[in-house]
Write a protein that binds this ligand. Sequence first.
Ligand code: A2P
Length: 344
Amino acid sequence: MSREYNVAVLGATGAVGREMLNSLSDRGFPVKSVKALASSRSAGSVLEFDGKELKVEEVGPDSFKGSDIALFSAGSGASSEYAPLAAKSGCVVVDNSSYWRQDPRVPLVIPEVNSNAVKKHKGIIANPNCSTIQMLVALKPIYDAVGIKRVVVSTYQSVSGTGQKGVEELAEQTRLLFNSQEYAPKVYPHRIAFNCLPHIDAFTDNGYTKEEMKMVNETVKIFDDPNILVTATCVRVPVFYGHSESVWMETGRAIKPEAARELLARAPGVLVLDDPAQNVYPLASEAAGREDVLVGRIRADNTLENGLVMWVVADNLKKGAATNAVEIAELLIRDPELLKTDWS
Ligand code: A2P
């Protein structure tokens, strides 16, 4: 009989954590047991896994003993505290927070892009930012074929990227506005309903936000290319699920849109939807619930010979987070050596 694994999910009650449970089940991950972990706030509540009830436990220092793999999506504080404890107890952590992403001991992995990096882990592997994942899945085939010197990206990110509280804030504000009632923004600094906020995560000293700098720095680490230039503007939009991105790139050598379209059509994890004459292009409403990255509006830049532009959309909770984490876990179980940890 093939081996099955003890899996823990930290942050199991959250927007991404629930998707992690769904993804383990939907993708048929060989699970022996699943432990749902969260804070004391939701300990004792009940979730569902594979049609069965799953009781949520409060995370503690001993929670990961006996687990083979833990998927974390409980924020940076919980990741900084519990990921080393889990790794030291022999459990490999796939962490969705930003806390470990730039740590040199921690590979930052998108299976379609740099699956080999997983081999260097010592017990913690980082899942990239949702906006970085979908952009790089779409850039990878072009990067490999002709090189990419520079990327200019603008994002249109859904509120589920902020977690369940973001979803609730958009729903509540929309309802109140339709009923001519007062609302008070809680999660976002301004009204998100019927609005666009050019502000995701905190501002940094260089005028960019942390979210924007994640796209810059994570691209360099994942492509292992210190020369690639990225500039990003990240915008929160009143969409519940699915992030959209306008991605402009300057390639190393010229590539025709038709050739890029063909490369993308053959690329793993990508679905090309590109027939503008028939109103066919990627939409957040179509990406929601899917595991692949949708790419369309592929066209030549009209100002630069080696410029190429495209529109990239994905479900931020799935490929942007949970699916990518479970795909990393799938890489781990292909080789028993990869389930060993060496965190000190
Ligand atoms: P809880 O339900 O107990 O608050 P979201 O991203 O949708 O906001 O969800 C965050 C997830 O992370 C929830 O499952 C939440 O659990 C969990 N979480 C947040 N902080 C901690 C913490 N310090 N320890 C454990 N779990 C945490």
